[in-house]
Design a binder for this molecule. Structure first.
Ligand SMILES: Cc1ncc(COP(=O)(O)O)c(C=O)c1O
Length: 336
């Protein structure tokens, strides 16, 4: 087991990263420094803004994409809403029947939405399917999407592939190969403050999108775009940037950089080992997700000092880099 937990100040028993992730100490400290500068007016905003570039670069590294293909935002749903501008009239979007609404409602506003079980998504992609949108890891159950099958079917029918990585990026090795949009809220497994989100946008998708929230930050050079016409937007994915919530990015940059240092493969292995330790203790076979969905009495978990969530009437326990074997043992004790 690793000693990574010493880089955080996590309360023992915090098994709720699928709700929100905890900041590494470095991220918390950098944010406090900047909040102090804000309080006293002792800094220009430009050093705060450097965090946005740092975070964008680190996210691009985590998914193995060029930073020029990554847009920054505040929420996954905002990125999806802008992606929806790429859909033609009477578009049809296929989504799993259980899917987080931030990856459903933006499509429902713009298109006809068809829902099918996650496991059968690929076989329901037809020539009439404009886009398929799904979470790489389902937020309530931790179930993995059949990504390779979805990509293969989408390729056959020229369907756009829109993947939500909010429950995956940070522990699951991901590449954008075969994916048109990889959208990620950063406040969970990327351990940023809420208010930072990233989106990989493929060049072919960007050609169809309109910069719905165009602003000074989406200009080719934001520092010379404070006033007036003409409309000017960057040639890369920055065209779709929201003007950034600086403090969220001040916290995001060190957290993402730490993940690139620890390595997503290593973090994933650590997380799965802890989740599978609990599964083994319960007599279950090993799984492929750090999110466990179990029939358990929430009161017993709380009494044992475990923080978990309840989703669809079941306890949801999630394990990340700062969790330890002691956390897994504590959960097991409460569950058995
Ligand atoms: C799969 C998934 N996507 C997105 C979000 C958050 O979306 P938003 O950033 O729009 O609040 C969540 C939050 O639980 C989620 O589980």
């Amino acid at each position: 087991m690793t000693t990574w937990h010493t880089l955080w100040d996590a309360r023992p028993g915090w098994l709720n990263t699928a709700s929100y992730g905890l900041p590494p100490r470095q991220a918390y400290t950098e944010l406090q420094t900047v909040l102090d500068q804000w309080r006293h007016g002792s800094s220009d905003w430009k050093p705060w803004d450097d965090s946005v570039a740092r975070a964008r670069t680190a996210f691009a590294r985590l998914i193995g994409a060029p930073a020029a293909d990554v847009t920054v935002s505040s929420t996954a749903s905002q990125i999806n809403s802008t992606i929806a501008t790429a859909l033609p009239e009477r578009a049809r979007v296929l989504v799993p029947d259980i899917e987080f609404t931030s990856n459903v409602f933006p499509w429902a506003v713009a298109a006809d939405v068809e829902t099918v079980p996650l496991a059968r998504l690929a076989e329901h992609i037809t020539p009439a399917t404009t886009a398929v949108a799904f979470s790489l890891i389902q937020s309530a159950t931790g179930e993995r999407a059949p990504l390779a099958d979805i990509i293969a079917a989408a390729r056959e029918h020229d369907t756009l592939v829109i993947a939500d990585a909010s429950q995956a990026c940070g522990w699951l090795p991901i590449t954008p190969d075969g994916i048109d949009a990889l959208v990620c809220a950063a406040y969970k497994w990327l351990m940023a403050p809420r208010g930072a989100a990233f989106g990989y946008l493929s060049p072919r998708l960007r050609e169809r999108m309109r910069p719905l929230a165009a602003n000074w930050y989406s200009a080719p050079d934001p520092t010379t775009a404070f006033y007036g016409m003409p409309l000017r937007v960057a040639a890369d994915a920055r065209a779709f940037d929201l003007s950034p919530a600086w403090f969220c990015y001040v916290g995001a940059a060190p957290a993402l950089e730490l993940l690139t240092t620890l390595g997503v493969d290593a973090v994933g292995a650590h997380n799965l080992a802890l989740a599978n330790h609990v599964r083994a203790g319960l007599g279950l076979p090993p799984g492929d997700s750090p999110i466990l969905s179990l029939a358990a009495d929430p009161a017993r978990l709380t009494a044992a000092g475990i923080t978990a969530a309840t989703r669809a009437g079941r306890a949801r326990l999630s394990f990340h880099a700062y969790n330890t074997l002691a956390d897994a043992e504590r959960a097991l004790e409460a569950l058995t």
